[in-house]
Design a protein around this ligand. Structure first.
Ligand code: TTP
Ligand code: MG
Ligand code: MG
Length: 422
């Protein structure tokens, strides 16, 4: 195999992933958390840890554990309440810095990961490694958090490399090093190989990435169809995919969360919907925008179900921008969409944004002395448009949520009314 030709080894791609991201964001707000044993979770026994600092990881604390088990292995662990708008603010701020400072070719891959194509830019820094070190130093100096960098000639190899020298380090795989650095790894390390694919590959006697690379291409395609070809190519270091370098991504107004443990707990789901509506509202507010469309996205745990429709959006005639409005429409969409089965991912997104009419501005500008009645009017107008469920003003919202929780058909007797944050 001619790697040089097949992998277009002229490219220099970085995958930058923040270390212990959610936990690290809280250090920005509260510097005394630096190097401390902290984890992000609600302070309830069965709340799931979404991120753990590296200091906490030394005591066995891992994302995906319950707060209860984490405290058992690390009794002085500090649990920090999730703050989704903080995470998206930090992520946006650092990604913008990368875009302005290092490369215009940036693809945002998740809230804490981005690809940078630095094929031409690295020369200014003397070498690829010097540029990587420059990024690590700047992030830590400017933002008081750390990240790690995977470097290679394509996105797949950069992603695999990014996990090899965490935290606060970089790792590079050159095309000539694939045999030594990539092939010994378990196939599970490849993005796109989950337990189901692993079982199929196991049957073919494929355990490592090297096994896959050296197996018969057609046998793998027969077993896994199109994804078989992609995986076989990647195991051989081939990934021609370009960066989806549309910086407009930063201008999208969404938030989503993936659950380590899939959930059908209505209290927990509503809590996340509420937090995400809050993030969306803040994102709109920071650009002084309103929107007309709110979409909700669900991914079910059961793969058969995820093939069914998993997103629902609703467009209203009059632009909206308040938390109550966004949450109410998101909740509407959610209940129209959800079949009660276990959910792996849920997201809320605002589209159809505009500056032309901002409900909040109108309300304070036009009728400053009649705030409340104006809110009621706006809420009523929107209720008439969506015509499914009443939107509520802030005062009534919590009462309504509590009522619904008590009567929900999805409740299944497992809901603990104390679980929801107010
Ligand atoms: P990761 O980058 O996977 O993890 P991390 O940044 O906490 O740790 P590492 O240093 O190993 O990169 O995910 C980024 C954030 O996304 C993480 O801090 C919490 C959140 N997250 C979830 O909410 N659910 C999930 O299933 C995963 C994988 C992450
Ligand atoms: Mg990370
Ligand atoms: Mg990540």
């Amino acid at each position: 195999m001619n790697f040089t030709k097949a992998t277009n080894s002229d490219r220099v791609i970085f995958l930058i992933d923040f270390d212990a991201f959610f936990a690290s964001c809280h250090i920005i707000e509260n510097p005394s958390y630096k190097n401390q044993k902290i984890a992000v979770a609600y302070s309830e026994k069965f709340s799931i840890i979404t991120a753990a600092s590296y200091a906490a990881r030394e005591f066995g604390v891992k994302a995906g554990m319950t707060a209860f088990n984490a405290l058992k292995s690390c009794p002085d662990l500090v649990l920090v309440k999730p703050n989704f708008s903080l995470y998206s603010k930090v992520s946006k701020m650092v990604f913008e810095f990368f875009h302005d400072t290092y490369s215009k070719k940036i693809e945002l891959a998740s809230i804490d990961e981005c690809y940078l194509d630095v094929t031409t830019e690295y020369k200014k820094y003397g070498s690829v490694e010097k540029m990587a070190q420059h990024i690590l130093d700047s992030v830590s100096e400017k933002f008081n958090i750390t990240c790690s960098i995977g470097i290679s000639t394509n996105k797949f190899l950069a992603k695999v490399s990014s996990e090899r020298n965490k935290p606060n380090g970089f790792y590079r795989i050159l095309p000539s090093e694939i045999k030594k650095k990539l092939w010994p790894l378990d196939v599970l390390k490849m993005f796109g190989v989950g337990q189901k694919t692993k079982i199929i590959l196991d049957k073919l006697g494929i355990k490592t990435i090297g096994d896959l690379a050296n197996s018969n291409k057609n046998t793998v395609i027969e077993a896994l169809n199109k994804s078989g070809l992609i995986l076989w190519n990647r195991s051989n270091g081939i990934d021609p995919s370009e960066l989806n370098a549309d910086f407009a991504d930063l201008k999208s107004f969404g938030a989503e969360v993936t659950f380590y443990t899939p959930t059908q707990n209505i209290g927990e789901l509503e809590q996340y919907l509420y937090d995400m509506a809050f993030t969306v509202k803040n994102k709109l507010e920071s650009r002084n925008l309103s929107c007309k469309t709110i979409a909700v996205l669900i991914k079910y745990q059961d793969e058969k179900l995820s093939k069914k429709k998993t997103s629902m959006q609703q467009t209203v005639e009059m632009p909206i921008s308040t938390l109550e409005q966004i949450f109410a429409i998101a909740k509407n969409n959610f209940y129209s969409l959800w079949n009660g089965a276990e959910i792996r991912l849920v997201g809320v997104r605002a589209t159809n944004t505009s500056k032309e009419y901002n409900v909040k501005e109108q309300q304070t500008f036009l009728q400053p002395k009649k705030n409340n009645s104006n809110i009621e009017t706006i809420v009523d107008n929107i209720n008439n448009q969506i015509n499914i469920e009443k939107l509520l003003t802030g005062t009534n919202l919590q009462i309504k949520i509590d009522e619904e929780k008590r009567t929900s058909k999805f409740q299944k007797g497992e809901f603990d009314s104390d679980k929801r944050r107010s």
